[in-house]
Design a protein around this ligand. Structure first.
Ligand SMILES: [Zn+2]
Ligand SMILES: [Zn+2]
Length: 358
């Protein structure tokens, strides 16, 4: 009898199904993973609701999931870094390793990167999934499988802060307090930011941000006056932020980032909204505000793991909802409604692979 490999497959817009798929065969440098935790990301919801995210378009059925952790079930014959039974966080993008970007260490820009649940590549929301062994990171016993899955969004936040050059004493403005805004804030704090102000359109998210350590918050709305918002940012911080990080992608927040950043500072754009925006560029240019884009993360999984393992960052409060794999559709519905922060799908019963009680 075939083994259970229940899998969440997105067939087309609004057509997400749970069905059996074959257990993957591993190559010599790969591991087979018995999946444990898979978080739902904004991009997953985009694919499900509209069949696309940014310039990636769903053409064929695709297995969902990219924020994940699992347990090694089988290793290929060349695998040296892992053993059967190891609990791992899975870095979802595996690059070609040969191109200019791979060779110069910016492998996230590799044009041939195969990234989980980004068409045409399958994700890992299944009982079993195979992955390149060197893109799996062994978790210490005291780091939970949920935390392992959260290293994915956390890596985005760390990458945003590193692109912005966040270091001791910086004054940071974060636009948007969704999961990415919050992990960006946590990363900025861990990297030494002295003051952080975070904005959002939902009071509930700002409450979470305060609990997680935001120094100041501003509730924005559609009809907020831009000039007044800039003034409020400067007043609350008592100075101009030298680094602004937009984790929303909305035109209004990118504008605010450019307007509020200190002369000579940096504005980092993480959020992905419309492909074209109307922005007050002249002022930013004349004040030498550097505008930096980011794409996912690179070489940041080990940093994310060490920050979580050492207790410098606590990502646990980000998970607000838990579902079993069988309840994937309900889980996606909760994520779509934007209730809570991070929705976690448990492929194995919760905590069954955690040696330590959490
Ligand atoms: Zn994601
Ligand atoms: Zn490459």
């Amino acid at each position: 009898m075939a083994q259970d490999n229940l899998t969440a497959v997105l067939y087309k817009t609004k057509d997400l199904r749970l069905e059996q798929t074959p257990i993957p065969e591993i190559k010599d440098d790969e591991v087979l993973l018995r999946m444990d935790c898979v978080g739902i990301c904004g991009s997953d919801v985009h694919y499900w609701q509209s069949g696309a995210c940014g310039h990636f378009v769903l053409k064929d059925p695709m297995i969902m999931g990219h924020e994940a952790s699992g347990v090694v079930a089988k290793i290929g014959k060349n695998v040296k870094n892992l053993q059967v039974g190891d609990r791992v966080a899975i870095e979802p993008g595996v690059p070609c390793r040969y191109c200019e970007f791979c060779k110069t260490g910016r492998y996230h820009l590799c044009p041939d990167i195969e990234f989980c649940a980004t068409p045409p590549f399958h994700g890992n929301l299944a009982r079993y999934y195979k992955h390149a062994a060197d893109f799996c990171y062994k978790l210490p016993d005291h780091v939970s499988m949920e935390e392992g899955a959260l290293l994915e969004p956390l890596s985005v936040g760390i990458h945003a802060c590193r692109r912005g050059g966040v270091t001791a004493g910086d004054v940071v403005l974060v636009l948007g307090a969704g999961p990415i805004g919050l992990v960006t804030m946590l990363a900025a704090k861990a990297m030494g930011a002295s003051k952080i102000l975070i904005t959002d359109i939902l009071e509930s998210r700002l409450e979470t941000a305060k609990q997680l350590g935001a120094d100041h918050t501003i509730l924005v709305s559609r009809d907020s006056n831009e000039a007044e918002l800039v003034k409020k940012v400067h007043e609350l911080l008592g100075e101009h932020p030298n680094i602004s990080i937009d984790a929303s992608g909305a035109q209004s927040t990118v504008r605010l980032a450019l307007l509020a950043t200190k002369s000579g500072g940096v504005a980092v754009l993480v959020g992905m909204g419309s492909s074209e925006l109307t922005l007050p560029l002249a002022g930013a240019v004349a004040r030498e505000v550097d505008i930096r884009g980011i794409f996912r993360y690179v070489n940041e999984y080990p940093i994310a793991l060490s920050l979580v393992a050492s207790g410098k960052i606590n990502v646990k409060p980000l998970v607000t909802h838990h579902f079993a794999l069988e309840e994937t559709l309900e889980a996606y519905e909760v994520a779509r409604k934007g209730l809570g922060i991070k929705v976690m799908i448990h492929v194995q019963p919760r905590d069954s692979n955690n040696p330590t009680k959490f």
